[in-house]
Design a protein around this ligand. Sequence first.
Ligand SMILES: Cc1ncc(COP(=O)(O)O)c(C=O)c1O
Length: 324
Amino acid sequence: MKTKKGINLYNYSKTIIPGGTTLFSKRSELHLPDKWPAYFSKASKTNVWDLNGNKYLDMFCAVGTSILGYSNDRINKSVSNTIKKGNMTSLNCSEEVYLSKEIIKYHPWASMAKFTRGGGEANAVAIRIARSCTKKKNVAFCGYHGWHDWYLSANINSKKNLDQHLMSGLNYEGIPNELKNTSFPFPYNDFQYLKRLIDRKNIGIIKMEVVRNIKPLNNYLQKIRRLCNKKKIILIFDECTTGFRQNMGGVHLAFNVNPDMAIFGKALGSGFAINAIIGKKKIMKKAENTFISSTFWGERIGYTAALSSIREFKKIKCFPKSRS
Ligand SMILES: Cc1ncc(COP(=O)(O)O)c(C=O)c1O
């Protein structure tokens, strides 16, 4: 099979883009060094075609973004209509309000939402809002949450700290040393470890993935919820990966444990950039006391794609536990 075009372009790319690509998981070296096709020319349903025209079955689902299949006709139609009418203006797009209302509808414990394009951004926003609500600024976390300083700073103490949290050996050059001892990882399903961490490290925020490869055992999530209530800790569920995948909204709904804030991304926009941060009103209102703003968070296509995806999820009843 000829895959030369992609291989050559990737090799060239490494001379003008650090690391060859902006998403770590799409680096050829992680998959099939010197043989990986690297780039797609088109995509449809579960297939992608490389630059040489070879067709592949893609089980990776674009890092989990495209559960309705690539280049879904209905999502594309909605987004195309939006593009025709205008994607960006000096005014807001009303879809932002409708999306907030729609996501809150599925999460009755929450009453406000904010949006970003990327999941790392959404995590940074969530931590900023949570920190603005509590004097205890230290974060305990479990799972992968993105590229930002607050997360990577956990590796300043030991480069192995993040090894059990999806990606190992992450470099942290450029993170100020002053952030050392402000965020602390904890292993999944070990409640006693978390309890000890909280007693020792003045933790005000717990940020975690609800579930990834293993299920919660022995009422793990319920115990964390109770601990947060007792110690006045803000509990954030990062559902960038799990949200809108198993059921309509966060997978925490299926486990019957509500956080104080939650984050959704990936599947929400069916491959278009949109992430949501939702939360309780008294917490989310604090976002008004700290500057959180970005030009392209106003882009209309992400909101359109998310609204269209939710419509589609409902229509094809793709979630057995749908609350709709
Ligand atoms: C749980 C979780 N949080 C955050 C992120 C970061 O999202 P993004 O890659 O869109 O910045 C990811 C991405 O894999 C994720 O799985």
